[in-house]
Design a protein. Structure first.
Ligand code: H2B
Length: 105
């Protein structure tokens, strides 16, 4: 399981490589070592479906998103609290969220 060891904060080199493997709409948050993306769906039902799938893997992997939902929009911020910044846990979660959103297109 992911949390059996403390995740490692990505170095600058690791980070720029990792960011190329997720959707280009993920952006670094100003003044914080975190990434952010806004997902937009057709309606609340689809947004909630996306959030439900994400919630299951969040709980399984002990890695939880910060998110804000209004109707069909989900504003997501990913960061790893245990290391105070971006780790591969965030990149892996971003990839899964990208795939779930794509499946709902
Ligand atoms: N989520 C996120 N985003 N970062 C963490 O460091 C983290 C988490 N740590 N979920 C997990 C829970 C840890 O506190 C528990 C004990 O597994």
């Amino acid at each position: 399981r992911w949390m059996s060891t403390i995740p490692k904060r990505l170095s600058d080199v690791e980070r720029s490589a990792a960011l190329k493997t997720i959707d280009s709409s993920w952006k670094m948050v100003e003044g914080r070592d975190a990434i952010q993306r806004v997902f937009e769906f057709r309606d609340f039902n689809e947004a909630w479906s996306f959030m439900s799938r994400t919630a299951l893997i969040a709980e399984q992997g002990a890695h939880h998103p910060e998110w804000f939902n209004v109707y069909n929009r989900v504003d997501v911020t990913l960061s790893t609290h245990d290391c105070g910044g971006l780790s591969m846990n965030d990149i892996n979660m971003a990839k899964k969220m990208d795939a779930y959103a794509k499946a709902l297109e």
